[in-house]
Write a protein that binds this ligand. Sequence first.
Ligand code: CTP
Length: 402
Amino acid sequence: MSLLSGKKILLGISGGIAAYKTPLLVRELVKNGAEVKVVMTPSAKDFVTPLTIATLSKNPVLSTFTATDQDNPLWNDHVELGLWADAFLVAPATSNTLSAMAQGRCNNLLLAVYLSAKCPVFIAPAMDLDMFAHPSNQKNMETLTSYGNKVLPVGEGFLASGLEGKGRMLEPETIVTHLIDFFNPNLPLKNKKILITAGPTYEAIDPVRFIGNHASGKMGFALAEVAAQLGAEVTLISGPTSEKIEYPTIKVEKVVSAKAMFEAVKNSYSQADIAIAAAAVADYKPEVEAEQKIKKKTDQVTLNLVPTQDILAYMGANKKKQYLLGFALETENELDNAKGKLERKNLDGIVLNSLQDSGAGFSVSTNKITFIHADKSIQTFPLQSKYACAQAIFDQILPHDT
Ligand code: CTP
């Protein structure tokens, strides 16, 4: 499920510091299935190179009215570009570009494309806070909105000037979410609450040491991202990981131990419509956590371990309206073990991954999954990115979701 699949997005980059984020924006559009072409103003090239953008978009970047081919000028057809696009996104839109667009000026290719485009136009302004607040910029944005363009909000925070306030270009992921919302007005998970656990847990031995595992959190974070794109309200409860969530709409709760993860899950579970346990929760923890660092001894040391709470089993036992999905990471008897967990923990589905498969497992960004439904029907998938796995998982859940 790629939410911009088959959509032709024309990106217009104007020359502001926020242009440094446009490679990520192009990547995010492509990741969601869009075909991307890019026009840049001449000054945008001071901030990001056409080579980077052309490589990521897999299309040549245009920035002048003409190109040269064997000494002869060729016309870069702005009319055709405008007609090609399903949406024209101007990001970042600088003060200068906003004012030129509002007045119908046409002194670069981006502006010519804008004036001849018949598709919806999205504008992501980016400028310093006082420039953004200036009445002339506010007026230009009102004018552009009155012409039917969709002027996106700006973000708040650190600005390149060193000042802090309103004026930042929206994060690439958020801009893409606006496009996804536009092209998919009936997102399948709109108004649904999703709870996801991710990452490892660390069980303290003493103030310095812990018992942990190799889980990276990548799978759970990819699930959170896809769920947010499908319109869900996501709570992501994550153990220690270096993964980052860029979506401002995803609520992230960081925890360390299985006990803390369990407490966080208990707070959110009753309101969830779908709960997914992707965390690699430690099954055991030290019986006692030493208050001081355990000093080295010459003889053997024994660590007494006691079980942690099985969080997924708790969710299964207390299931009401929720669709409940678990994970099973196995090294042998994979299908039987996963089916056993599905039944024992009262799940609606389980995702099996085997450490026997190369490219699947902990710290890699790919995975090979098998989805087992409660009725024991099975769907297998090839080795693919964890993001694509997350999309495949929601394709399986959606027809069964409450
Ligand atoms: N899980 C959990 N809490 C635990 C242990 C596991 O929520 N204390 C969840 C995991 O997030 C996963 C599922 O249970 O969705 C299965 O985890 P896994 O480690 O594969 O299985 P276990 O139940 O721990 O059994 P075993 O270690 O014997 O394979």
